[in-house]
Design a protein around this ligand. Sequence first.
Ligand SMILES: [Zn+2]
Length: 302
Amino acid sequence: MTVSGLATPYGFQDFPHYTEGRSASVNKIVIHHMATTDADSVPGIWKNREASAHYGITQDGSIRAYVDENNTAWHAGQWGVNSSSIGIEHANTTGAPDWGIAQATIDSSAKLVADIAQRYGFGQVVPYKNLFPHSEFYGTACPGQLKAKLQEIADKANDIMAGGNGNIATQDNGGSAPAPKVDNRSASIKEFQDKWKNRWALRGTFRIRTCQMQYGMYQALTDDLNVEPNSWFYNGIPTKLLEDLSDPQGRAFEDGAIVRFKDDVNFGTIDAYDTNTNSIGIQFTGYPDMIWFDADKFLAHP
Ligand SMILES: [Zn+2]
């Protein structure tokens, strides 16, 4: 178990929406705002909402731990990013549209960021290299005005790591320019993006490992297409999208059944990519969550 010494456990893992363990090593921090001034309502809201984060910082700068750093919190909206990051929530002092953040919250954030960066060997904290706003990975307004404070948090964190107290003057430049991006896409993701212009079609059959009622609907997992390790939340395919070729009725979905996507849903557009796990995300119409597939397996499948 790993929890920052700066944090106090609060409602610690008293909610189901995180994943035990990690499938990648930690190399980044993702900054969020709570979108509420009621810091105490977090993490209780995650008993129902399919979300979580490792830490939260209140208006007075108290740091609360919600999830063990060795576990994967569900905060970034991308499995690969969740696997490789620590998520920090920040309480707001005002609501929409300003979403104010107290200076005490920012100052504590810098301390926590410095502590995490030091423990995981990030080196210098640099926005868009190892410190990201949630909006970098998901279509969201989160983290509101904190997006323009990333450089301040990084500057203070770097000062603390260098032995300072983080109490340095910072000028708000409205957010720093993103670091130049290297092309770390896999061959499969390049092909989906460059050759197929984000389009996909998968008409061949595949074998399901198992089928269960999960999140209110029957879903199937398949090793033929899913990323490992796969989970019901990220990789479950609703059986309503599938036809069971092993069953004359087309809907028994026994373990090991041979299935295929129904004709009206076996093609479309890829909605998201995750280069860390070499995955593609597809959001099927009428379903709440993105389904993630292994890019190599998906591309190679007829
Ligand atoms: Zn967020």
